[in-house]
Design a protein around this ligand. Structure first.
Ligand SMILES: N[C@@H](CCC(=O)N[C@@H](CS)C(=O)NCC(=O)O)C(=O)O
Length: 200
């Protein structure tokens, strides 16, 4: 198996955390690339030239984070990250976390590569604030068990908001329980090993 990834992509981090939680990391060849430089190796397997791109053991190229993590859960069901009694909740949380990332990446990309004053940039910034509040509000208490896929996705999305927008999106002061919960999850080896480098 192969994963095209980058050190700072929250989407790729979600896939990497899932691989680690499923004890699959040693079976994966990690290719660290900068998708914005359109490397040939990534273009050869993903016409959209994005990370994460995952190559299955039998050579299929999978892209879109939701597709990849749900594939991993189906193909490698142990340890389960989708409890049978929480299938709807896990999907809802995964979708919510990806919505937050989409809004946040939209803002980040507009500011770095485009025009931060456009109506679209404003719209994305409002969506990011709303989605961050929704994600934080979805966590009411520290978990007693290992996190499921929904919780992992929420944690990755909130930690990326802290990484890129800590001052602008001050969710931690509004949601202390979620803040404590996130710190607990971030101590897991799967999160420690995949933490992004210091902001440059
Ligand atoms: N919808 C995609 C988004 C992935 C994405 O936006 N990845 C970024 C890095 S964080 C990327 O590769 N950007 C390069 C580009 O859009 O050209 C997913 O869920 O995987």
């Amino acid at each position: 198996m192969q994963l095209f990834t980058s050190p700072t992509s929250p989407y790729a981090r979600l896939v990497r955390v899932v691989l680690a939680e499923k004890q699959l990391s040693d079976q994966v060849d990690y290719q660290f690339v900068n998708p914005w430089l359109s490397p040939d190796a990534l273009l050869a397997v993903n016409p959209a030239c994005r990370v994460p791109t995952f190559i299955t053991a039998d050579g299929h190229a999978l892209y879109e984070t939701g597709v990849i993590v749900l594939y991993l859960e189906r193909r490698y069901p142990e340890p389960r990250l989708m409890p049978r009694d929480a299938v709807e909740l896990v999907h809802a949380r995964l979708g919510l976390a990806l919505s937050l990332l989409d809004a946040g990446i939209g803002v980040f990309t507009e500011r770095r590569h485009g025009d931060a004053t456009t109506e679209l940039a404003e719209r994305r910034a409002h969506a990011m604030q709303r989605a961050a509040n929704s994600v934080a509000a979805a966590i009411d208490q520290p978990s007693k068990n290992d996190p499921d896929l929904g919780e992992i996705a929420l944690a990755v999305s909130l930690d990326w908001i802290d990484y890129r927008f800590a001052t602008e999106v001050a969710w931690r002061s509004r949601y202390p329980a979620a803040s404590a919960w996130l710190d607990q999850i971030l101590a897991r080896p799967s999160f420690v090993q995949t933490a992004p480098p210091p902001v440059s």
